[in-house]
Design a protein around this ligand. Sequence first.
Ligand SMILES: Cc1cc2nc3c(=O)[nH]c(=O)nc-3n(C[C@H](O)[C@H](O)[C@H](O)COP(=O)(O)O)c2cc1C
Length: 261
Amino acid sequence: MASAVSLSVFRLRLAPILFQKLLGVQTAFITSAAKMSDNDSNSAWRREYKNGESPFLLEENIPHNPTTLFDQWFRNVADQRDLMFEEVNAVALSTCCNNKPSTRMVLLKSYSPEGFVFYTNYTSRKGRELDENPFWPKVHRQIRIEGRVEKAPVEWADKYWNSRPVAARIGSKASDQSKPVESRVVLEARKAELEKVAEANGDEAITKPDHWGGFILKPEYYEFWQGQSNRLHDRIVFSRSADEEGVKPVEDGWHMKRICP
Ligand SMILES: Cc1cc2nc3c(=O)[nH]c(=O)nc-3n(C[C@H](O)[C@H](O)[C@H](O)COP(=O)(O)O)c2cc1C
């Protein structure tokens, strides 16, 4: 089965969120951008991409291991919380089934050389699409990660579920994610019912539904992108495949190459 799953982690996470919001009004947006170009005010949107610490992404200055480089970049972003939104671990998850790509944000809950873990409802649209097609895409810095997803062990989901505030557990349990619901009132009623259960029997009575759990993305491809001035950006790729043009072997069975921006 043709598969495509990708995860994007953004330094300026507003970009994907805005992009998703703008998709619905794309025509209106393009029209207004065209109007703006009439009076040149769109130059205000242009940003020079500069990274003060490491101006260029050069092979000789970076770890030859994508897991280590991912960790460096993620920590660097996490250290700059004041520059962005609170949830630095929000990532864009793309699925693709029947030639229809679909992207939404999820929260990255952990990562290691084994993969990238996020939690969701297995019966939601993404849950079903990940089952059907278990593969997985980020400003001045962006990291694109592609690979195959697997369901994470249920013990991980149990542990994470139990660590969540009871209100979040109630929210997930009350929601048949991606299914139609008649009104917000129906959702509020389900929530109120579960709140009663928690009041009567304690928070632990809000147990994890079987259809809620983690996915782990097993990376097969990483692309580290660093924005540069005049759009001559850096793009360094790590892949598992030795057969691609221009790759050379580096650490832990990875192959590295530079690609054009
Ligand atoms: C910043 C942010 C973080 C989110 N994190 C999650 C998450 O960790 N798990 C999840 O199931 N949905 C999360 N959502 C909601 C999803 O984007 C999406 O609306 C929902 O999972 C249903 O997607 P689907 O119908 O494609 O399955 C998040 C949304 C935003 C904006």
